[in-house]
Design a protein around this ligand. Sequence first.
Ligand SMILES: [Mg+2]
Length: 388
Amino acid sequence: MRVKSVRAFAIRSDLVGSGATTPQTRPSWTNDAEVANPMSRYPRYKRLRSTWRPQWPSVGCLVTATDGSWGFGMTRYGSPVIDIINEHMGPLLLDEPCMATEKMWDMMLRITSPYGGGLASYAMSAVDLALWDLKGKLLKRPVYELIGGPAREHIECYATGNDTDWHMEQGFNATKLACPYGPADGVRGLAMNEEFVAGRRKLIGDSVELMLDCWMAFDVDYTVRLAERLRAYKLRWIEDCLMPDDLDGQAELRRRLPMEGLATGEHWYTLGPFANAAARHSADVFQPDIGWAGGLTGCLKIAHIAEGAGITVIPHAGVNTPYGQHFGMAIPNSPYGEYFVASAPGVPLNEVRLTPNMQTPKNGIVRPDDSPGFGMGLTLEDITAMCV
Ligand SMILES: [Mg+2]
């Protein structure tokens, strides 16, 4: 079986939440909460990340085989990524054997090497996920079996977001906060961050794991000062503290905070940064996003690099997609799945699915659908309806 076509297109990016019918009990924290971010130093863009992030739609990618079978992948960043797939890498993959996911991943990496970087990695991810979905359908097995799973009965999930009381009500036993303040808020921001974390620790008690996501907002010095202040609240890890390219800074964080759990990698693309961090053991948890860092093939390679260094891999928002759920079912050094709670309190989690068959956490655990491929339950008509 050969690749007959590779086609990318814009899809609606508001899929999460669009199926909800139960009224919310209050608006989601995401509506207006300030989150420390890389642009916080510029006052006119400080208050909300939406003031400076691009409005590009999400991206769907359909790979079709010579017998008419197909697979579907998803990623982000609209027309730049769509152009990379449709006008560059896609046509060069035609007539390749459908099963050759390793070869095609290597081809895509090399094809895009003259420009490379994040956007190329998003494009590779969409094609790779579509190829794995196709492979599962051709072999009539769920993808997690094709990659050596299951490693476990179900995935234990943690909930990300600042509606902590709602997460506890949903039965999660681990939760991660988005840090509100950063270096731009000075010493007062340090105190307000401490007050925020202390309040949440008091709410959840000592038997629930608590983590803090810093979304590229800090520098080494600020991270060390904040970590010192937060020591009493027993954070499982602090995450994504530095700008993504600052690999030396990450190693310095490890040196200055030897006892702190450090997680990062959400904005790292393909293998280089992960190999660097594994060699220096500059993080305890790698967090590649399966739709951004090189797809399933990329995340499997990252997981193996991590395994050799004694590092765990908990993909960014892995439980929010069928792709990440299949990875989480199969990979032994992936002890948790992240579920970003994008819906408002009061709305049952299973009302906000990305695809018809996608499973959502219940009492903090999830198990992906077992049907072939990624078990998304999508038809070609559904995919057409998703197009913008
Ligand atoms: Mg994060």
